[in-house]
Design a protein around this ligand. Structure first.
Ligand code: NAD
Length: 272
């Protein structure tokens, strides 16, 4: 897990697999989960202002004496903090909570109409100031990216979107690829709702692996980055243990066939 990187369009390297911390709001549960993830070799941690746990991430990484250059930290500017000044101000608050001088990747959490371009201008300036190494977006569709391109000085290097077997997003993955934008899958396990899908359960049984491992391996072989979440140490370990087997072309195609275009979350609205 810790040797497997994607090179972003700005030249920065990012672990393909990371650890998501959405909805882990209890501090001791948070510390246990991140400690287990660190011990299992996870080096990318994905948080957001909206998750209200940036301070727990900062504290536990500090307590674990994790060397800063060995980890990759993503945070996201919430909808409430968009706009030029609020983005700059809230980003500095996030850094304080994280006890860091910079993050590796800063994302716009959702596209919103107001401040569509202002927020991105702040991102370009924050990167120029070294407060983030890379800049990207989340929940952007093709139209949002095309609209952003009309005024951006530099384009996002990454788009974090919902991708799972029930929401495989092939057209957007292709668009991202053609535009040199890495795709990172959120809810890569579809929050567990696809585990009993017969196609997946059967491949899992044949390979003596869990459904979660089969799904994560599918992301890996698709060249998509992914950030599964779990608070159970044995599942955190299991999700990292996907580098010693592979899916055949036929199994990959079978996995693709379960797509239903079902989201676990709301549809990003078209802006402007
Ligand atoms: P996920 O697909 O990672 O599913 C997590 C759930 O699956 C867990 O709650 C657990 O119940 C279960 N699970 C995990 N591993 C398992 C295993 N091996 N066996 C059995 N069950 C297992 O969903 P998620 O937490 O929504 O997404 C992951 C991360 O993506 C989040 O923590 C967050 O960092 C990010 N995210 C981003 C956005 C966004 O708008 N940018 C939205 C949602 C999530």
């Amino acid at each position: 897990i810790s040797d497997n990187f994607i090179t972003l369009a700005d030249g920065n390297k990012m672990p393909q697999q990371g650890f998501g911390v959405y909805k882990i709001t209890d501090q001791s549960e948070f510390e246990q989960a991140v400690t287990a993830a660190w011990q299992q070799g996870y080096r990318l941690f994905d948080t957001a202002q909206m998750y209200e746990n940036e301070q727990y991430l900062g504290k536990i990484l500090h307590d674990l004496q994790v060397p800063r250059e060995q980890i990759f930290i993503t945070t996201k500017i919430s909808e409430a903090n968009q706009g030029y000044d609020a983005t700059i101000r809230s980003m500095k608050e996030s850094l304080k909570k994280l006890q860091m001088d910079y993050v590796d990747l800063l994302l716009i959490h959702w596209p919103i109409n107001t401040h569509f371009f202002d927020t991105w201008r702040a991102f370009e300036d924050l990167k120029a100031q070294g407060l983030t190494k890379s800049i990207g977006v989340s929940n952007y569709g093709m139209v949002h990216l095309q609209y952003l391109a009309t005024q951006a000085r530099e384009m996002p290097v990454l788009n974090q979107i919902e991708v799972s077997p029930y929401m495989s997003q092939k057209p957007l993955l292709q668009f991202d690829r053609e535009n040199n934008i890495a795709t990172q899958a959120w809810s890569p396990l579809g929050r567990g709702k696809v585990f009993n899908e017969p196609v997946i359960a059967k491949i899992a049984e044949q390979k003596h692996r869990s459904a979660a491992q089969i799904i994560l391996r599918w992301h890996l072989q698709n060249g998509v980055a992914f950030i599964p979440k779990s608070t159970h140490p044995e599942r955190i370990a299991q999700n990292a243990s996907i580098y010693d087997f592979s899916l055949t072309d036929e199994e990959m195609q079978l996995m693709d066939s379960v797509n239903k275009n079902h989201r676990v979350s709301k549809e990003p609205e078209l802006v402007y």
